[in-house]
Design a protein around this ligand. Sequence first.
Ligand code: FES
Length: 103
Amino acid sequence: MTDFYFIPCGKKVKTVKGKNLLDIALENDVVIDHNCGGVCACVSCRVVVLSGKSALNRITKGEIENLKETGLYNSRTRLACRVKYLKKIKKDIVILIPSDGKN
Ligand code: FES
């Protein structure tokens, strides 16, 4: 079964398909900033998907544009409020929550 593993807090959680990553984190007491309330209007919920990208939805143009505007875009960067868990995979989905805003 797929688990989400959050770094640096080290919390491992199980969840159901269809949920977004921000909700998964908040429901399990994993702190991810979300200044706009999860409507893709900021980049405070930025995370780095270190492993398990194939279990998630594809990045949207809106996410890419928002991340590029702030110079924070790379192939592993996502906005937690836009990430959906779509399918189980055999390995953990590893999510880095940047603390300095520059990972
Ligand atoms: S919470 Fe603002 S973009 Fe995700």
